[in-house]
Each structure stands twice: as C-alpha cells, then as structure tokens.
Design a protein around this ligand. Structure first.
Ligand SMILES: C[S@@+](CC[C@H](N)C(=O)[O-])C[C@H]1O[C@@H](n2cnc3c(N)ncnc32)[C@H](O)[C@@H]1O
Length: 232
C-alpha cells in the first residue's frame, strides 16, 4: 500500500487507546501508570514479521476498540475482520490489580460516551481502508460470520477474563487455516497467560513480544482443548 511505512511509523507513536504519546509518555486518557510498551503496536508489528504474515494474509481481530491495531493489520495484510460490540470499553478481567487501575483511571467521560468515543474513533480511522470489515458483535455472537479454515492470523484482544479467553480460543481456533497463527495481546493478564501456558503441550512453545502480544507456531492440528477453571 502506498505510503504504508510512513503511516506505520505514525501508528508507532500512538497509544492503542487511539491518542498520541507525548515525550515518550502517554497522557490524558491513558495515564502514566499505563505501560507505554504494552500500549504500542511496535511489538505487534514484530509478530506480523516474525510469523511471515503479509499482503496475502487474512486477519481476524477479536476486540478492536479505537482501531489502532486494526489499522496496522490493514496496512500490512490483505483483509481484516474486526469484531467488537463497542459497548464495553473496559473489562476488569480476573485481576484485582487491573480492576483497581481501571477504578483510578482518569477517564473524563461517563460510560455511554466512552463506548461511543471508541467506536467513533474506530470508524474515523478505519473508513480509509476498504480491506477492513467491521463486525459489530461480541466474539461469541460472531462465530458463524467467519468460515472455518479461512483465517491466517487470529488475534485475540477482547475480554481477558479466563473463561472468555478460553471460549474465544475454542470457538475460533477452527477458523484458522492449517499453517495459520493463533495469537493475541495482554499475555500478562492471568486468564490469557493460563491459556497460553496450558496450550503449549498441544501447540508448541509460544513466543512473546515487547508489547505483551503472544503467538503460537503455525497451526498443525484441527482442534485444541482447554479445561474450564484453569489454575496458575
Ligand atoms: C484492549 S481493547 C482492544 C484494543 C485493540 N486491539 C488495539 O490494540 O488497539 C479491548 C476491546 O475488546 C472489546 N471486547 C470486550 N469483550 C469482547 C467480546 N466478547 N467480543 C469482542 N470484543 C470484546 C471491548 O469492547 C474493547 O473495545
């Protein structure tokens, strides 16, 4: 795509929340307590290159928020399906520390406006790309919208609660082509981490990236299993 590298450089300067970082720190919506590395798409770009995804790759992103990661996929890959209900901006996940962080977060808008803000940002950013397909739904409601074995990269960045991550992996793993990649964001969150560690026996060793993204080696088997209530 023309001018893609310049646009990607600009995306590197953005927080995934969709605002600019000033002097190396994110300000305003994303407070200083938020990890700038985890909020950058630099590591995600490393994942794309490491797993050799490119112009002919189809991506399915679960959880798109303001569309920063979606735009990177659109610039690097052929097509991106973006699934998000845009009605629950912050999930508390299963970590009390993160819930506490959210509670202190200086977000200036009431809930409904927060939701609208993220969808407006997504629409504004992504209307420039005709290879982005917006699916406004919860992941579990969108399972039938995606064909089996049609996806080169599944990137899970939706609800990070253990059972939600488990369900997303089990529901969407069949959507990945043989040789395709299972990946996601926020490895540091308990539910995500537990699923990744458990899956290693079936899928091989996963790789972690500086933005807290993770990915497994190319798909070789049709199904995976994860029991309910995984413990650390
Ligand atoms: C961390 S944000 C995504 C950030 C985005 N991937 C990025 O890097 O710029 C998480 C998003 O997941 C969405 N979400 C939460 N539960 C979901 C679900 N069950 N299905 C799809 N999206 C969900 C939220 O609405 C929110 O927009």
């Amino acid at each position: 795509m023309k001018g893609a590298e310049e646009k990607i450089e600009n995306l590197y300067k953005l927080c995934r929340m969709g605002i600019f970082a000033k002097g190396g720190k994110f300000s305003g919506l994303a407070a200083d307590s938020w990890d700038p590395k985890a909020n950058s798409v630099r590591g995600l770009d490393q994942l794309i290159k490491h797993r050799e995804l490119g112009e002919d790759s189809v991506v399915l992103e679960l959880g798109s928020f303001a569309g920063v990661s979606s735009e990177l996929f659109a610039l690097r890959c052929e097509k991106v399906y973006c699934v998000d209900p845009w009605c629950m901006v912050f999930d508390d996940a299963d970590s009390p520390e993160v819930a506490e962080l959210y509670a202190k977060h200086p977000f200036p808008l009431p809930s409904y406006e927060r939701q609208k803000w993220s969808e407006d940002r997504f629409d504004e950013r992504c209307k420039l790309y005709d290879n982005i397909i917006k699916i406004k739904n919860f992941s579990f409601g969108a399972v039938d919208s995606i064909e089996d074995e049609s996806i080169d990269l599944l990137y899970i960045d939706s609800n990070h609660d253990l059972e939600a991550v488990r369900k997303d992996i089990l529901d969407f793993y069949p959507k990945i082509k043989m040789g395709g990649i299972l990946a996601g964001h926020d490895y540091s969150w308990g539910g995500v981490r537990r699923c990744c560690i458990y899956l290693q026996d079936q899928l091989g060793q996963f790789k972690k990236y500086p933005d807290d993204s993770w990915s497994f080696p190319p798909k070789k088997r049709r199904q995976v299993q994860i029991p309910e209530g995984l413990k650390e």
